[in-house]
Design a protein around this ligand. Structure first.
Ligand code: NAD
Length: 461
């Protein structure tokens, strides 16, 4: 689809398909969901290869974060869709008797899904599963920064899925902007807060509802822990920092907060863990993804080349420009007004900020925009309650990182600058549905006092 006319025709075809009513039927929805499963299963090796070459993802990582996630979502949608689609009955006040009340989910119509590059397959297919389950027609625009994955999706989706109802447009921000000019019934955007604002402004022109899955700085509070818990916690932090697309993940740990007297212990444990997971030979780092492109590589290198930052590096700091690999890097107490402490890092650099008392972490977090994810490693129940009641974030995970993403019964989404709206499991279905309120009354029994002339009411004014 390379010109404006082509795009217009595609959007028009999606609208006609929606109007035909074909996507509303449960059989169509299930057939498309099964087709996604086939698409994944029959192209699994190809996908492993693509993700390896595009982002350097290890196949286990690719399975966990992309292929497995999509399969799990399709399986759940297939087993729950009848229930999700069924009208929900409810009670009415006696005053309305006799009457019935129903909430009827209906598809929104023609939806646009804009994806990010860091999980180039799952961040397109996972929302698509929700949009199809809810009975919509869909335009997908994968990120141009993972061009091979985008081309793969553009080629393979029409082979497996209904091409009149699900289309893919390739291209960069100019194409996104063109797409955003059209009237959609819903826009689902995954990307940066900066572009999220542009998406919302474009949507406002048509009063189109949006779900914005954005980013930000996700903190990890690290309370003092006994030695054995500490080892487990360090592994989970390392996984949440370097284990998913090398820190290029919206819910990856951005920075850590720790009490001063515990910082050395934490850093030593993290160093051991990094060596165990990835090795310490910069020329031969194992099991770690690469930086997506030279622009992001240079952005991350510039963060470290800031003279106020350079002497805060306590581990790592090496770069392999040819292969776009950056070593897992730990920084201790970089200045709080430095770029690294104010912009989303989105890479393998981990600042650790020391505090006199771990309780100060709450104030620290509250001084920044609301994060998408907040992690806290602690056994202190009172502190946990305090974190829950005194901070605001898309999610809170105690004593682990990233795992909340894989729980379909938990809504996934941000709050404040990390976005709004939510998806995964039933929440995805709801995100792409309108729950229509239906009230049906009988002609039997009329409560006359509700109508004028209201003689029965003797009100005094
Ligand atoms: P991005 O905002 O640059 O791009 C996202 C999408 O928007 C792409 O499809 C791109 O083509 C399009 N786009 C870019 N500039 C545009 C413009 N000016 N007008 C219209 N469209 C435009 O984000 P990214 O680099 O792909 O991803 C990184 C960001 O995404 C990070 O902030 C990260 O935290 C966030 N993210 C969030 C989630 C989540 O689920 N919340 C998941 C992954 C990434």
């Amino acid at each position: 689809m390379d010109d404006d006319q082509g795009m217009r025709r595609s959007v028009e075809e999606l609208r006609q398909t929606f109007k035909s009513g074909k996507t509303r039927g449960v059989d169509w929805r299930k057939a498309q969901l099964r087709a996604i499963l086939r698409l994944i299963e029959e192209n699994e090796d190809n996908l492993f290869q693509l993700l390896q070459s595009e982002l350097g993802k290890h196949p286990v990582e690719s399975y966990r974060d992309e292929i497995g996630i999509v399969k799990k979502s399709v399986d759940q949608a297939l087993s729950c869709i009848d229930q999700w689609m069924s009208p929900k009955k409810g009670w009415l006040p006696l005053l309305f008797f006799p009457a019935s009340r129903t909430m009827l989910p209906e598809p929104l119509g023609v939806v646009l899904i804009l994806g990010s590059w860091n999980f180039p397959i799952s961040l397109i297919l996972d929302p698509l599963i929700g949009a199809i389950s809810a009975g919509n027609t869909v335009m997908l625009k994968p990120s141009e920064l993972a061009p091979n994955c985008a081309s793969f999706l553009a080629k393979i989706i029409p082979v497996y899925l209904d091409p009149k109802a699900i289309k893919v447009t390739e291209g960069g921000k100019e194409v996104s902007k063109q797409l955003l000019e059209f009237k959609w019934d819903k826009i689902f955007f995954t990307g940066s807060t900066k572009v999220g604002k542009l998406v919302m402004a474009a949507a406002a022109k048509h009063l189109t509802p949006v779900t914005l899955e954005l980013g930000g700085k996700c903190p990890a509070i690290f309370d003092s822990l006994p030695n054995s818990d500490m080892k487990v916690a360090a592994k989970r932090v390392a996984s949440g920092k370097w284990g998913a697309c090398c820190g290029q993940a919206c819910i990856g740990v951005d920075y850590m907060l720790v009490e001063q007297n515990f910082a050395t212990t934490l850093i030593e444990e993290l160093k051991k863990t990094i060596k165990m997971f990835y090795g310490d030979d910069m020329r031969n780092l194992k099991n770690i993804s690469r930086i997506v492109n030279k622009v992001h590589f240079d952005r991350l290198r510039n963060l470290l080349e800031d003279p106020t930052i350079a002497n805060c590096i306590v581990y790592g700091g090496s770069f392999d420009e040819k292969n776009l690999i950056i070593e897992p890097t730990i920084l201790l107490d970089p200045p709080l007004d430095s770029e690294i402490m104010n912009d989303e890092i989105f890479g393998p650099l981990l600042p650790i900020i020391t505090l006199d008392n771990i309780k100060e972490s709450i104030e620290f977090i509250n001084s920044k925009p609301k994060p998408l994810a907040l992690y806290a490693f602690t056994k202190n129940q009172i502190f946990k309650k305090q974190i829950l009641s005194e901070t605001s974030s898309g999610s809170v995970t105690f004593n682990d990182t990233m795992v909340q993403f894989a729980c379909d019964d938990l809504p996934f989404g941000g709050v404040g600058e990390s976005g709004f709206g939510r998806y995964h499991g039933k929440y995805s279905f709801d995100t792409f549905s309108h729950e229509k309120a239906v009230l049906e009354r009988s002609f039997y029994l009329e409560l006359e006092p509700r109508h004028p002339p209201w003689n029965v009411f003797k009100l005094e004014f």
